[in-house]
Design a protein around this ligand. Structure first.
Ligand code: NAP
Length: 519
């Protein structure tokens, strides 16, 4: 079982000991606490050994980071840092993390640190390397790892910043190497692009026995920095190991995607192994071809701006997705990536279900407002189920072009507001009404065709202005959330072969949206 080491962010040892969150974590087997001695204004040997005793020696990782490697205490001399790390070793804490630079400077054999270990099993020594300037090449990373092993590390740790997903490749390559290494290894790519390295460490050969997370109460969280609760509860870190299937969503930006919450909750509810991650990806083809195989990725949701570009790397594309011209799902098969578009079927299926079940769209008229990506998916989806499709769009030419492709017709505002105009369903695929501009609506109350079911693909907020107006007119309504959950459920079933727990998925998304847009 991989443990989670929660880094103390406190400015004093007293603050750390006063923090109930950390005291509670120290009592749980799945967690370790990292004491960052360079951060504590009240640091003394007495207070330090007292803190170790209070938290439990077997639960403590100790480091005293030099200012060159991100340490906060600019005045701490090398001797002072080594003296504290030696004291930690004498106390017998679980792990002592020493920077490679500190070791080199101290000439290993005369290093008091090692004298302090004696014959005791604890501590295990982590030799670490930090680089805030960027992720070095694979050759350089290998050289650092080799040096740490040669110097006698029990565990080797490399943490370096990565601005793009492509920059994280050398780390993934190094972590994937099976042969030639003798010590457990921990690789961390700092920054949003490297989020995978904080979750997926245990899938790699020679994985270190723990990974890092921040406290729930730690201030100033950047994307990519996960809290222990996220790592433990959302990603089930303690269950991740070699062979764990990995799924995720690729897009840019991606930090606000609800898909990781929804899919991880579904995996857990279905009792299936796996972790579903947000991957902020600049170049989709690069990720799918180079990184995904190293990270054991079996299935991907695809979102803006990659829905078209990924077609180039697929071995097989579902005919409906080909017609839509956009991919939102990739599933790894033996012969390569199978691509499909679950948005189209999810939209059409949700509408069909709301109208009375299978066959209820056949021969019926569906008016789609908008002519972008969502309109394409809904248009081809409902057409596939036998509906007649009309498009209305701010830019009329786009509506005409799409109508021609789908085999429908474009309509003007004048036509759709005529008294005799009828449509079984009206579907909004524009962003009008979406948070934060919640007062937007593509049609006013008196412009809605009488008798229609009104479906808004916007799901944040769940009850949009358009749906409220429709309700005021006494019309039936359908929330965009139904489509979002249905497209995710179809992906889940494609990825895992298991039935999707739709109720759980819907519940999780509703809860997440309620927090984002409190009423
Ligand atoms: P898109 O490709 O950018 O298309 C946007 C469409 O909305 C275009 O037709 C555009 O008209 C129209 N539009 C934008 N702003 C407008 C305005 N102020 N007034 C009138 N029309 C306007 O976007 P998309 O990918 O289709 O996504 C659109 C929306 O669909 C998203 O905001 C999302 O809420 C929803 N969606 C929901 C789901 C779901 O699972 N429920 C899935 C996908 C999308 P022009 O052609 O004139 O620019």
């Amino acid at each position: 079982m991989g443990r989670i080491c929660v880094a103390s962010h406190h400015r004093s040892l007293q603050d750390l000991l006063d923090a109930q969150e950390f005291r509670d974590l120290a009592r749980r087997d799945e967690f370790l606490i990292e004491l960052r001695l360079d951060q504590y204004a009240d640091l003394s040997l007495d207070k330090f050994s007292n803190a170790c005793a209070e938290l439990g020696l077997e639960n403590v990782v100790v480091t005293y980071r030099s200012s060159l490697e991100g340490g906060h205490n600019l005045k701490a001399s090398r001797e002072q840092r080594v003296a504290y790390l030696s004291a930690a070793a004498r106390l017998g804490v679980a792990y002592v993390d020493v920077e490679l630079t500190t070791l080199d400077e101290n000439k290993l054999l005369r290093n008091p640190l090692f004298a302090s270990r004696g014959d005791k099993p604890n501590p295990l020594f982590i030799f670490s390397y930090h680089d805030f300037g960027g992720l070095p090449t694979l050759a350089y990373l290998s050289e650092i790892r080799r040096r740490c092993e040669r110097l006698g590390a029990d565990i080797v740790k490399i943490a370096a910043s990565a601005k793009t997903m492509a920059e994280t490749l050398p780390l993934a390559q190094l972590m994937s190497e099976r042969e030639g290494w003798t010590r457990p290894f921990m690789g961390i790519a700092m920054g949003e692009a490297g989020l995978w390295s904080r979750v997926l460490g245990p899938i790699f050969p020679h994985a270190a026995p723990f990974g890092f997370a921040r406290g729930e109460s730690a201030p100033g969280t950047a994307p990519g920095q996960l809290s222990w609760r996220q790592l433990h509860e959302r990603y089930r870190y303690h269950e991740i190991g070699p062979g764990t299937p990995v799924y995720g969503v690729i897009g840019n930006p991606i930090a606000h995607s609800l898909s990781p919450r929804m899919h991880n909750a579904a995996l857990r509810a279905a009792g299936l192994p796996g972790a579903y991650l947000p991957f902020r990806v600049e170049d989709a083809a690069f990720f799918v071809q180079q990184l995904a195989p190293l990270l054991n990725v079996r299935g991907l949701s695809v979102t803006i701006p990659h829905k078209e570009a990924v077609q180039a790397v697929c071995a097989e594309i579902d005919p409906l997705a080909q017609k839509v011209g956009a991919i939102n799902t990739l599933a790894r098969r033996e012969h390569g990536w199978f691509a499909t578009n679950t948005d189209a079927r999810a939209a059409a299926g949700s509408l069909e279900a709301a109208l009375g079940g299978p066959g209820s769209l056949r021969g019926k008229t569906v008016l789609i407002i908008g002519a972008g990506g969502a309109a394409r998916a809904v248009g081809f989806g409902v057409k596939d189920l036998g509906a007649e499709v009309l498009f209305h769009n701010r830019t009329a030419e786009r509506a005409e072009k799409l109508a021609h492709e789908v085999g429908g017709r474009s309509v003007s505002k004048e036509e759709l507001t005529q008294p005799g105009f009828e449509a079984t369903a009206v579907v909004n695929t524009t962003p009008l009404g979406m948070h934060p501009k919640v007062d937007g609506t593509p049609l006013e109350k008196n412009e809605l065709p009488g008798g229609s079911l009104v479906f808004d693909t916007v799901y944040n907020p769940q009850r949009t202005k358009l749906l409220q107006l429709a309700e005021d007119r006494g019309l039936k309504t359908l929330e965009g959330l139904a489509m979002f959950v249905a497209q995710g459920a179809a992906q889940f079933e494609l990825f895992t072969g298991a039935k999707a727990p739709c109720d759980v998925m819907e519940q999780v998304v509703r809860e997440a949206l309620a927090v984002r847009t409190p009423s």
